[in-house]
Design a protein around this ligand. Structure first.
Ligand code: UFG
Length: 330
């Protein structure tokens, strides 16, 4: 059995690939390197290709005898999705449809899909449970919600087995220090704050300090990337033991404000991190905090990183070692 890992050169993808490899799974990474890094995949079978290239995808399924898929590939910048919906619908929805149809053609019947807390939009209550309605507040979340619906329909019509994992805010880095978070351009809070600590940026802009939260800044549920990676292995085993298709939230259940993240990062790095208030960012929900009891109960998932400080420490270790990201070791 061979797993095709789309987007395996990306942030969550590369951490999952490392674990799959350590556990002896047979796999091949398929990635167009639009945001992933070849350096993150030492010693891993790799095909450089786009999801929209059905021919190459089909050839890859044949050559590697692909039986299962873990599907990370997708565009994920919320702000960009509001400005360029065409790009997001094409890559995230049409690209996934091409993948699913290729799977059916090659009788590959199991897929783990990287979904997102963004499918909920402005949730009615906290913590957010899987049964809450999908009501995305941005186009990025909308593309994830559409793919979830397609998976349900393909499950019913073609017997496709799927697990949709709704990540909350992925953060941190592998403790080996060999892989970490490197988006270009970077838009995520924790790496931007750490770049400020490294003096690569003068200050961090806080997008909105007038939310109805304890300190006026948005609240997010930060979850360590290796805990996310573990959940993919558990989800694959869940599907391989003929269990039913399902949807799981992956978060810590604790919310931290933007200010708390900045203050914790200042402690971890021992630096002063300058910040400035900026206008709210379009498409940002006020609070996103997960209820993840379902993943614990059904998949047996046990996140190991519960403290924000520890998560930021692992990210900091990567940033200090690779201040320029992949290819730029200190
Ligand atoms: N933020 C700032 N300044 C910055 C960057 C971010 O104040 O320079 C704020 C944002 O407004 C938000 C919080 O920090 O309130 C976290 O923002 P990120 O960009 O790090 O993460 P998001 O919450 O926007 O999005 C992430 C993923 C999405 C996913 C979402 C689910 O990128 O894919 O988490 O919670 F959908």
């Amino acid at each position: 059995m061979t797993i095709l890992v789309t987007g395996g050169a990306g942030y969550v993808g590369s951490h999952t690939v490392k674990k799959l490899k350590e556990k002896g799974y047979s796999l091949v990474v398929y990635d167009n390197l639009s945001s992933g890094h070849r350096e993150a995949l030492e010693g891993v079978p790799f095909v450089e290709g786009d999801l929209l290239d059905g021919k190459l995808l089909s050839h890859t399924f044949c050559s590697f005898r692909v039986t299962d898929v873990i599907h990370f590939a997708g565009l994920s910048i919320v702000g960009e999705s509001m400005l360029q919906p065409d790009k997001y619908y094409l890559n995230n929805v049409v690209g996934t449809l091409t993948l699913l149809n290729t799977m059916l053609a090659h009788k590959a019947r199991r897929i783990i899909f990287s979904s997102s807390a963004a499918v909920y939009g402005e949730a009615e209550g906290v913590p957010i449970l899987e049964e809450c309605p999908r009501n995305p507040a941005n186009i990025y979340g909308q593309t994830k919600a559409i793919v979830e619906k397609i998976l349900e329909d393909y499950g019913k019509a073609y017997g496709l087995g799927y697990v949709s994992l709704r990540y909350f805010n992925a953060c941190g880095a592998d403790e080996s220090g060999s892989i970490g978070e490197d988006h270009r351009p970077e838009t995520h809070l924790i790496p931007l704050v750490l770049q400020t600590a490294l003096k690569k940026r003068e200050e961090i802009c806080i997008f909105g300090e007038d939310y109805a939260t304890k300190d006026g800044t948005c609240i997010r549920d930060y979850i360590h990337v290796n805990d996310l990676a573990d959940a993919h292995l558990l989800a694959m085993e869940h599907l391989r033991s003929d269990r039913v298709s399902d949807v799981f939230n992956l978060g810590n259940g604790n919310g931290f404000s933007v200010r708390e993240v900045i203050n914790t990062a200042a402690e971890v790095t021992g630096t002063v991190i300058s910040s400035e208030t900026a206008p709210r960012r379009i498409g940002d929900p006020e609070v996103l905090v997960a209820g993840s009891a379902k993943a614990r109960d059904i998949l047996g998932w046990r996140p190991k990183y519960t403290e924000l400080r520890k998560m930021i420490e692992t990210a900091w270790q990567w940033h200090v070692k690779y201040p320029q990201g992949f290819g730029g070791r200190n």
